[in-house]
Design a protein around this ligand. Structure first.
Ligand code: HEM
Length: 139
């Protein structure tokens, strides 16, 4: 079970990272163009965003699953809690970005791209912390 959850954790890390890099680059280009993106680009960004959000949800589910299946939380040191802070700094902004994108989709108005960019930067910092302290915590 632990192995299966760890495989899901690693694939989710891959999918989340790919989505973050892909949408980050597209967002930079869209902001620089100072014009609404072509529908095909906007649609693709929406799909990549959903993949990224799904990946974060799976990271949390598989992470919590591994935690409760195999570890005594009280035996883990501070590095684990820093990893959790990093993971939270990913979950919160990505959830907010997903909500902003969904609202824009339903109302037909463009999302606030500058806000999306700041939230994406926070999430990237969180990923870096979660990876570095994840490795430190479990080695
Ligand atoms: C953005 C979110 C996350 C990232 C980037 C991330 C990243 C990582 C990485 C790189 C490892 C491999 C560490 C190693 O084996 O050396 C790992 C393992 C692990 N993660 Fe996460 N993680 C995230 C979220 C979570 C959450 C929310 C939990 C639990 C609540 C969690 C629990 C675990 C556990 C228990 C392992 C150890 C698996 C093992 O080798 O036994 N992770 N994570």
């Amino acid at each position: 079970m632990l192995i299966l959850l760890k495989i899901v954790h690693m694939f989710s890390l891959f999918a989340g990272g790919a989505a973050s890099i892909g949408n980050g680059l597209l967002l930079k280009k869209v902001i620089a163009s100072k014009a609404p993106p072509p529908p095909m680009v906007a649609q693709t960004m929406g799909i990549i965003g959903k993949i990224g959000f799904g990946a974060i949800v799976l990271l949390w589910l598989s992470g919590l699953g591994m935690m409760f299946a195999s570890y005594d939380i009280s035996a883990l040191d501070w590095t684990f809690w820093v990893k959790m802070a990093g993971a939270t700094a990913v979950l919160v902004p990505v959830t907010m970005m997903t909500a902003i994108a969904r609202k824009a989709e339903t109302t037909g108005t463009p999302p606030d791209l500058t806000r999306m960019k700041s939230l994406a930067s926070i999430a990237r910092g969180g990923v870096a912390i979660a990876i570095i302290f994840g490795v430190l915590a479990f080695n």
